[in-house]
Write a protein that binds this ligand. Structure first.
Ligand code: ADP
Ligand code: MN
Ligand code: MN
Ligand code: MN
Length: 340
């Protein structure tokens, strides 16, 4: 038997986007525990905007477990927040609204800035770096990349892989201090679960460097510096196996009709980022195009070559968006389109 440190993590009730919360429960197991061995747990919802003070208990229901190699016998336990009865999803529980579909696959590309002292890591105290955008994207060398950023990125990558997260890659992004990582998952909830755990690990690694992750989609406002997105690549079994022009066009028509509902969950302040500049489409337009990084939905070359089969990239979700709500909305819109 060994004492395991189980970090139960969940999303709080803050709007427009939830924050991660976590607390540790120590429990004895013979081996690394399986999901069905983990008990429900509770927390004070009045401290997380999930309950009133008088009746403040909320329930944590474990939905996935990941090894945490930063702690001896450590585990991260992703949880859904439930009402006190333990079975009714709390209104803030976005994961519970995702349609179950084992054939749905998502790939999220998380962009973000490292921040220190209220500005992107590597920015001078006043104004902007002497070198403007250009050399940072996939760059190398101290002059452009600095010294700490890559160290954190590498440490984070290893922690994600140790946790069994299907992390697919990293790259330095267009702005100084800006990076990206990608996570892919099969099943409607998997990539979203792993994205939240990856965000948790990134935030935590950053603590010891005295650096914060800024997930805002346009931290440098109306400037010539890029914002951050979280492109959502998606496919269903039907899209991959059958597809076809007629189905694709019906699908895009449904996306167009529900533009507002999509934008509503694609992250706050997205009007600052979706301007039609910096490889984006305007927030009030819905377009799609082959290999078009200025469209709302980009059709990869492989999709056309395969006779309208494969995956699509919704470029509108932003870096601060909740992957649960994003996956939920995309699958809802897909479900409105009957397969021919
Ligand atoms: P880019 O920056 O050119 O948009 P990336 O390589 O950063 O491309 O991201 C592409 C994403 O598409 C990856 O996260 C990958 O996992 C995802 N992806 C690839 N194939 C599929 C698929 N069939 N269904 C859903 N997502 C997919
Ligand atoms: Mn990318
Ligand atoms: Mn990118
Ligand atoms: Mn992309």
């Amino acid at each position: 038997m060994a004492k395991y440190k189980l970090e139960y993590i969940w999303l709080d009730g803050y709007t427009p986007v939830p924050n991660l919360r976590g607390k540790t429960q120590v429990k004895e197991f013979a081996n690394f525990p399986a999901l069905d061995e983990l008990p429900l747990w509770g927390f004070d919802g009045s401290s997380t905007q999930q309950a009133e003070g008088r009746s403040s208990d909320c329930v944590l229901k474990p939905v996935a477990i990941y090894p945490d190699t930063t702690r001896k016998n450590g585990a991260i336990v992703m949880c859904e927040v439930m009402m006190p009865d333990g079975v009714t999803p709390h209104p803030t529980n976005g994961r519970a609204t995702i349609l179950d579909d084992t054939g749905a696959w998502f790939g999220f590309e998380q962009e973000y800035f490292f921040y220190q002292d209220g500005r992107p890591l590597g920015f001078p105290q006043d104004g902007f770096p002497s070198i403007g955008q250009g050399p940072y994207y996939c760059g190398v060398g101290y002059r452009t990349m600095g010294d700490i950023g890559r160290q954190i990125v590498e440490e984070h990558l290893d922690l994600c892989l140790d946790a069994g997260i299907n992390h697919e890659g990293i790259n330095a992004e267009v702005a100084k201090g800006q990076w990206e990582f990608q996570i892919f998952g099969k099943g409607s909830k998997r990539a979203a679960d792993e994205m939240w755990v990856a965000r948790y690990l990134l935030n935590r690694v950053c603590e010891k460097y005295g650096i914060d992750v800024n997930y805002h989609c346009k931290p440098l406002g109306d400037s010539d510096w890029n914002g951050s997105g979280m492109h959502a690549n998606f496919s269903t079994e039907y899209l991959r196996e059958k597809g076809g022009k007629e189905y694709f066009e019906a699908l895009m028509a449904a996306f167009g009709e529900h533009t507002e509902e999509h934008i509503a969950v694609y992250g706050p302040d997205n009007h600052m980022r979706l301007t039609g500049l910096h490889e984006t489409q305007s927030i009030d337009k819905f377009t799609y195009g082959l290999a078009d990084r200025g469209a709302s939905v980009r059709i990869p070359h492989s999709f056309m070559k395969n006779d309208y089969k494969g995956y699509l990239e919704d470029r509108r979700p932003n870096s601060q968006g909740d992957p649960y709500q994003i996956a939920s909305r995309i699958l809802k819109t897909i479900s409105l389109v009957p397969a021919p």
